[in-house]
Design a protein around this ligand. Structure first.
Ligand SMILES: Cc1cc2nc3c(=O)[nH]c(=O)nc-3n(C[C@H](O)[C@H](O)[C@H](O)COP(=O)(O)OP(=O)(O)OC[C@H]3O[C@@H](n4cnc5c(N)ncnc54)[C@H](O)[C@@H]3O)c2cc1C
Length: 461
């Protein structure tokens, strides 16, 4: 008869729950190849069987990988953090739940703050060469009337705007790392405090790791943030369709962002490269609704929202390959000082959406994830070579630098979205006839894209 329960697990000097260690796949651990700095430990398992009621002690040999830094999630935040740390001489292991880098999806617009970081970590010029520089933006009504246009460099000569394919950005970042630095199909399934200030991690494939530092870059639904006590992000009342229109013979648009504002619905499109054009449609909805993944259903719903709008949007939707269309409910989490946990707990720290999910209305979620990455890496790199107190100070410095940056941006992005999603006809008329044509100034609106970032040195291991 199987043992009913186990009473104590001693794991080196750890005392951790039975459920976390009685994983069916102890033998699994070596299946994906040896881990760096692997350490052999003995799990001493005392079990109480139904039949004997006596304590039986048995020893199970397990392999536990030991890492200085484990980064959870190979998205923008995780990869940029790993690259930044590497440039400062710190190796890390990135564990990603998916079986490869995310290859689906569309693009994201990076402003000059994003480019400063990409330059600082040595990938800016190569990416720059693949994507069009966007010169400005034009705002229209849903019947095609132009309300206003701006040129970015007229407002700020140092502004740089490009829509970057997410797949290419991720691949470029990953290419800076040694291949063994990213482990796919390795979702984090358990995180616990260990003794000696280390973190115990268990991955979906049964791998166990001890890490000096864990960096949670696991996105908007971050399990690491949940473990640290953060609330779920909140739905803000609108959803976005996104896609990447493909024009094999060359796309026809000028290099500018086109916004079209309707009532409770707004859309936009921007050329990414000579053949690709990113588009989105944002619409009010009292609930996120069911998850739809069928591309033809998504296209049908998206087209329905803009069926009487300027025809280029409908054409873009028709030219969108299935794997690039998606619908996403928009979420954020406001990091109120009194109630929100710190982004670090012990030796665990959050970066990017895992810490500060924000709505995409300012195009700053990815840019801020990049900023976080270099700021954290700079803070941590020296501290990791010193003692525990230095690490605690480095994490505190990261929080005090980044919180005043990301909290106001999260609120601002939310408010901008709420204003742009108005559906009241009178309010929309004031927006279209007074606010946008006469009152809006782009320079102050884009001040948040100022971010200084010195290049990180290139360290050879
Ligand atoms: C509609 C829309 C438009 C946007 N437009 C822009 C824009 O124009 N400009 C901009 O800067 N930003 C934009 N953003 C925001 C941007 O996409 C995010 O801020 C950015 O992707 C955050 O990166 P991240 O690495 O923190 O998270 P993610 O990109 O979500 O990456 C998280 C990674 O962690 C992995 N993961 C999750 N759980 C686990 C686990 N348990 N174990 C291991 N791995 C795990 C995931 O598989 C994923 O690879 C937009 C967002 C939306 C929704």
């Amino acid at each position: 008869m199987a043992p009913q329960s186990s009473s104590l697990l001693s794991f080196n000097h750890y005392h951790i729950s039975t459920a976390s260690l009685l994983h069916p796949s102890l033998n699994h651990v070596r299946a994906r190849g040896p881990l760096p700095q692997q350490r052999h430990s003995w799990l001493v398992v005392r079990t109480r069987s139904k039949t004997s009621c006596g304590a039986i002690t048995k020893a199970v040999k397990a392999d536990v990988g030991k890492e200085d830094v484990v980064i959870v999630g190979a998205g923008i935040a995780g990869l940029a953090t790993a690259v930044s740390l590497q440039r400062l001489g710190v190796r890390s292991l990135v564990v990603e739940q998916a079986d490869s880098l995310r290859t689906t999806g569309t693009s994201l617009t990076l402003f000059k703050n994003g480019w400063r970081v990409l330059d600082a970590i040595g990938v800016g010029s190569d990416l720059r060469s693949q994507f069009l520089e966007i010169q400005g933006m034009v705002v229209k009504t849903d019947d095609g009337r132009e309300l206003r246009s701006f040129r970015f460099k007229d407002e700020d000569a140092s502004q740089e705007v490009r829509a970057v394919e997410r797949r290419i950005l991720l691949e470029k970042l990953a290419s800076q790392l040694p291949s063994e630095a990213i482990r796919f199909s390795s979702g984090l399934s358990k995180i616990e405090n260990g003794e000696n200030g280390e973190q115990f991690l268990e991955l979906a494939d049964g791998t166990r790791l001890l890490a000096k530092i864990v960096i949670g870059c696991d996105g908007i639904r971050s399990p690491v943030a949940k473990w640290m006590g953060f609330s779920e992000p909140k739905y803000v009342g609108h959803c976005a369709f996104r896609g990447l229109g493909f024009f094999p013979d060359g796309q026809p648009f000028e290099a500018r962002v086109n916004y079209v504002y309707g009532r409770g619905v707004r859309a936009g499109y921007v050329p990414v490269s000579s053949t690709k054009v990113y588009w989105f449609i944002c619409f009010n909805s009292s609930s996120p609704g069911p998850k739809v993944t069928d591309p033809s259903a998504l296209k049908k719903q998206a087209k329905e929202l803009v069926k009487n709008w300027p025809p280029e949007l409908l054409n873009l939707i028709d030219r969108t390959p299935d794997e690039t269309i998606s619908k996403t409910p928009l979420l954020d989490r406001w990091l109120w000082p009194a109630t929100s946990p710190s982004p670090s707990r012990g030796k665990v720290v959050l970066v990017g959406d895992a810490w500060h999910p924000m709505t995409p209305n300012l195009g700053q979620g990815g840019c801020c994830a990049l900023e976080d990455a270099v700021v954290l890496a700079r803070s941590l790199a020296d501290a990791l070579k010193s003692d525990s107190a230095s690490i605690a100070n480095a994490l505190q410095a990261y929080e005090s630098t980044r919180w005043p940056r990301v909290f106001p941006l999260t609120i601002r992005a939310n408010l901008v979205g709420a204003l742009l999603q108005w559906d009241n006809p009178l309010v929309c008329s004031v927006r279209n006839n007074i606010v946008i044509p006469k009152l809006v100034r782009l320079g102050p609106i884009l001040e948040h894209t100022n971010f200084d970032c010195e290049p990180l040195p290139q360290t050879n291991f």
